[in-house]
Design a protein around this ligand. Sequence first.
Ligand code: NAD
Ligand code: UDP
Length: 389
Amino acid sequence: ASPSSTRLDLDGNPIKPLTICMIGAGGFIGSHLCEKLMSETSHKVLALDVYSDKIKHLLEPESLPWNGRIHFHRLNIKNDSRLEGLIKMADLVINLAAICTPADYNTRPLDTIYSNFIDALPVVKYCSETNKRLIHFSTCEVYGKTIGSFLPKDSPLRQDPAYYLLKEDESPCIFGPIEKQRWSYACAKQLIERLVYAEGAENGLEFTIVRPFNWIGPRMDFIPGIDGPSEGVPRVLACFSNNLLRGEPLKLVDGGESQRTFVYIKDAIEAVLLMIENPARANGHIFNVGNPNNEVTVRQLAEMMTKVYSKVSGDQPPETPTIDVSSKEFYGEGYDDSDKRIPDMTIINKQLGWNPKTSLFDLLESTLTYQHRTYAEAIKKVIAQPNTS
Ligand code: NAD
Ligand code: UDP
């Protein structure tokens, strides 16, 4: 018997093996979740995505111990009639599929809205109609700006958690104007959350909504010109990694004053596994998943990544470690930013007893070690032959 056959849930009951339909399984979070499910549980995964690069190490060779427990289905949920059948085969559906990169929000606003709202509708509908449990991935972005961001810069109230702590069941969702299209992403995610919630309330859909707060780690996004388009703009971890690998200054958008809390992907995946295996504790809930202890400004993140990368690569940090760029130059017209994101952890703590463990320094050390090992040679080659790619 596999070790997982004796695993128990938080209430001491044995965990039944599930068939999980994971949509967006080939992405950053999906790849880590598939890895975890294969190595530590006996659940089966129907992995749906348009890409499989990030999970190909799990799909082959046939000698892997989980051979037969994960099957990849290459499909676009926008236009593939196989979706309904695959959902029907599962006990649980996890929807990760989305366009979720800030550089896309103001340059591909229609794709962003369609992907985060319209394309998710059939998933919710099939789950509701066939009584399948749904874990839907939303975002911390649904909170929008903090109340404190509207106070004068020097107001002492800005230090009071009541003005910035983000609580699932109390905080308002505060979005900027329509022409700032980051909020179209936030709004699409908010409306799909409301729809999932309404399906629960009116039709009894069993659901859990996850709001990730800047999960980071290996395999996040792509390194431009290596495993993604040279002109592409990934999320901050991959942007800064790319700069460090190339020995270029890190670009601070609008002064790098925005604040974020970063959580290690491996900690966050523990939380998702608890949700999967403890439906009675997770159903009907919205969960913040982040690390409130790992708060930095983007400028501090740049400084810390520069220091850590120098340690893991043995290279001297560049003479000019950072440069300032305007958001208009970096992202184009219509960019806006979230000021500060600290998750309240009360609900996830109470329901699932989950707490993040890894400090920002430690998670950057393991992630940048991975980036260096994976990309440093390839970058050297590209730099040596600037005309080929
Ligand atoms: P990701 O881009 O790496 O993964 C998304 C995956 O979905 C990709 O592999 C993509 O190919 C797939 N996909 C998108 N549209 C599809 C379609 N029409 N058909 C089939 N596959 C499709 O992003 P991620 O970081 O893994 O994020 C997963 C989810 O978590 C998203 O819903 C995102 O909004 C949410 N989220 C993540 C973070 C984070 O910190 N990483 C923060 C907030 C929200
Ligand atoms: N950012 C930056 N330089 C970069 C990439 C991003 O200063 O090269 C900033 C961005 O403006 C935002 C923060 O880093 O304030 C986090 O951006 P990310 O794309 O990771 O996603 P977000 O947390 O905004 O959803």
